[in-house]
Design a protein around this ligand. Structure first.
Ligand SMILES: Nc1ncnc2c1ncn2[C@@H]1O[C@H](COP(=O)(O)OP(=O)(O)O)[C@@H](O)[C@H]1O
Ligand SMILES: [Mg+2]
Length: 726
């Protein structure tokens, strides 16, 4: 290995090197061909238009160097500025070298996987899903023809649990490596184990210009290829004073840029769907006032976030209106995953939603948090893609230098590792302590994950996968949800209902609440309300959609609109449910419902509700909150003081309830709740509810009482049995 060329820097001696696209011997290069080898048809005019643009991307010049390097080495690290063409072009360069083999290119985000696959299908002039496809959880847009698939890193990880050798692929590209998502980090470790076993397999690790040396060291000094950036200078402006309301400040700044700055599009970073939609509305409204006063030109305001429907995502690439600008309001997706050309101004309030996990109290939550310096610089860079630009930071220079951490911590250090540990176990990796993590998680986090999986009966006391655990790991769900189906559903004869609920918890919110129709939407929701809480309320709405919404998409859409429900979310839940039912079938889990045994049972009847709630508790027994005598809720065992989220319909009425989500904002909330009975707790998981493990307090006292009652009952029953039968 010593004679390897460790680093290839295309910055050096560029003028001396012949450009790739000049063919040496007059033979036709693939990009000059007139006929599409996939369809055998002449290329469309759009193909040639895009091709002209592709040839101007920085990576285009590096094509033959890249291909040569990939021939020679098993692993290469490729680093390049965002927008240089890594994600769209490199997989195609690979495809040219190995036209018949499977290629996977991972993306941390679903939106990126879908949007890039669509772009690349267009670039290749093929239908999406044919030679170029994508695969994300619950949505597979590939076929037997597919050669190159863009997929979320989580999906590749799942594939590895089914086929540990990943034999479908000859080249794996781990993209956006700098994001250090949980799944990508695990894939790094897996690839390191897999590469010596499969010498024909190649790995390309692609990253924005961050941390590249670390990747190189991790992969035994693999060669590093550097795509020279073409970044124009970006002037940075800070606020003089800290801003109290970053959304307000950001919107003001966007409007000022629109009125007073030179032409060029604006990119505003916000943290989530609600903020983004609000900002888009406010900007559009203010601009129309400005326009009526003839103070500014038109604006096209486009949102971008992960749950946006695909046709809306493509809008970010549309050109700005004549004489006006495009304003893209986006989450972190636009930081490195998706490049929008034409942006000259960036407005950066300095926040993003980040996962945080506190193993001590077992709480994982998405929290709006300050970004890192590295993120801030990436964001600023978005303004200098096509010309010199400006970045307006909604915080002070002092805050940038002193309050922001240099780089975001890898997700593995901020996550609940339950799902991942289960996957690793399924992959046969038992020794987690010696698994080669790029940044090893805290031992406590690993311990918590093992403990969780043990309570859920996925792992036995020795940490080995149980048959139930194997079954649960077949489902692409968090282990709580899969236990709800596999254990709860079977124990209480309601696998059917559990699949519906698991599906509904895996899609975006089904209830729509437009700001200007708060009252109407609340009333519409009332008709679905279920006395026991949110889960069954969701299920009522879903069942109504299935039975009453109509048959055509158009009918369904208008039914949903009338009832303030999201058609997209419900359609997606229907699809997810179908897949879960199929997975059950494969695992030989019968689809049953309490209705099968009792023809009089309805969604509203007592016995039905009890079965459904008991089954849910079998999955969520570690997420129970208890109401004390003062009326305040505390989470069981971890003793966190929480409040019932205002969106829960059953507000503060029940003594014990399961919650689906712990939300951290200005205070601790639990969201999506359903009441459960104290009597059921111990049965759901006797080990977990052993009162000896609980801190002193009301909950422990209640458990002691429950246990005693249970024991008395058991004694009585046992006594009854041994009585002579005269
Ligand atoms: N759906 C799309 N429509 C139009 N242009 C796109 C689309 N997707 C990507 N592009 C363009 O392709 C170029 C290369 O982007 P990409 O390959 O994502 O770069 P990188 O991965 O290096 O950040 C960018 O100029 C980007 O704007
Ligand atoms: Mg990219």
């Amino acid at each position: 290995m010593a004679e390897r060329r460790k680093r290839i820097d295309l910055d050096e001696g560029e003028s001396k090197r012949p450009r790739t696209e000049e063919p040496s011997g007059g033979e036709e290069q693939w990009w000059e061909a007139k006929t599409n080898p996939y369809t055998q048809r002449p290329y469309s005019s759009r193909y040639w238009e895009i091709m002209a643009k592709r040839k101007t991307l920085p990576v285009w010049e590096a094509m033959s160097d890249f291909q040569r390097l990939l021939e020679e080495f098993q692993v290469i690290i490729l680093v390049g500025e965002t927008g240089s063409g890594k994600t769209t072009q490199i997989p195609q360069f690979v495809l040219q070298m190995a036209p018949d083999n499977g290629i996977a290119c991972t993306q941390p985000r679903r939106v990126a996987a879908m949007s890039v696959a669509e772009r690349v299908a267009n670039e290749c002039d093929v239908k999406l899903g044919d030679e170029i496809g994508f695969s994300i959880r619950f949505e597979d847009c590939t076929s037997s023809k597919t050669l190159l698939r863009y997929m979320t890193d989580g999906m590749l990880l799942r594939e590895a649990t089914i086929d540990p050798l990943l034999s479908k692929y000859s080249v794996i590209i781990l993209d956006e490596a700098h994001e250090r998502t949980l799944s990508t980090d695990i894939l790094f470790g897996l690839m390191k184990e897999l590469l010596p076993k499969r010498e024909d397999l190649k790995l390309v690790v692609m990253s924005a210009t961050l941390d590249a040396r670390k990747f190189q060291r991790y992969f035994d000094n693999a060669p590093l290829m550097n795509i020279p950036g073409r970044l124009f200078p970006v002037e940075i402006f800070y606020t003089q004073e800290p801003e109290r309301d970053y959304i307000d400040a950001a919107i003001r700044t966007v409007l000022q840029i629109h009125q007073y700055e030179e032409p060029g599009d604006i990119l505003l970073f916000l943290t989530g769907e609600e903020e983004i939609e609000t900002a888009c509305n406010r900007i559009s409204l203010e601009v129309s006032t400005l326009r009526s006063q003839k103070k500014a030109g038109p604006v096209m305001c486009v949102p971008l976030y992960s749950t946006l429907p695909p046709h809306m995502q493509q809008k970010i690439f549309a050109p700005a209106p004549a004489g006006g600008r495009k304003v893209v309001v986006s989450t972190n997706i636009a930081e490195t995953s998706i490049t929008i050309d034409g942006v000259v101004y960036v407005v950066d309030p300095g926040f993003s939603k980040q996962k945080v996990f506190n193993p001590r109290v077992r709480v994982e939550s998405l929290l709006v948090s300050p970004i890192s310096q590295a993120s801030a610089n990436q964001r600023a860079g978005r303004a200098g893609r096509t010309q010199a630009g400006k970045c307006f930071r909604m915080y002070t220079e002092h805050a940038f230098k002193n309050d922001l951490i240099p780089a975001t911590y890898p997700e593995i250090l901020r996550s609940n590792l339950g799902t991942v540990v289960l996957q690793l176990k399924k992959l046969g990796i038992d020794d987690l302590v010696h698994f080669d993590f790029m940044d090893p998680p805290a031992p406590e986090t690993l311990m918590r994950a093992l403990e969780l999986l043990n309570y859920l009966e996925c792992l036995d006391d020795e940490g080995n996968l149980t048959p139930k655990g194997t079954q649960m790991s077949e489902f692409p769900l968090d282990p709580q949800l899969s236990r709800m189906i596999v254990v709860g559903g079977q124990r209480h004869s309601c696998t059917n209902e559990m699949c519906t609920i698991a599906a509904l918890l895996s899609v975006p919110p089904i209830f729509v609440r437009p700001r200007d129709k708060a009252k109407e939407s609340k009333e519409a929701k009332m008709q679905f309300n279920h006395q026991d809480g949110d889960h069954q309320t969701f299920m009522n709405a879903f069942n109504a959609y299935i039975t009453s919404a109509g048959s055509s998409d158009q009918e369904k859409k208008s039914w949903c609109q009338y009832n303030f429900l999201s058609f997209r979310a419900l359609a997606s839940a229907e699809n997810v449910r179908k897949q879960l039912v199929q997975l059950c079938k494969r695992a030989q889990i019968k689809m049953v419902s309490p209705k099968d045994a009792d023809p009089h049972a309805t969604e509203g009847s007592y016995g039905y509700g009890v079965a459904v709630r008991k089954a849910m508790l079998d999955g969520f027994f570690m997420q129970v909150a208890h109401k004390d005598v003062r009326g305040d809720y505390t989470t069981c065992k971890d003793n966190q003081s929480v409040a019932s989220h205002p969106s829960n319909w059953m507000d503060g009425q029940s003594e014990w309830m399961i919650y689906n989500e712990f939300v951290l904002t200005t205070r601790n909330w639990v969201r999506t709740c359903t009441r459960v009975e104290a009597d059921w707790l111990i049965d759901s998981c006797p080990d977990y509810w052993d009162h000896a493990d609980f801190p002193e307090g009301e909950i422990k006292r209640a458990l002691v009482r429950l246990r005693k009652r249970k024991e008395d009952q058991e004694k009585k029953q046992a006594g009854g049995k041994s009585k002579p039968s005269w």
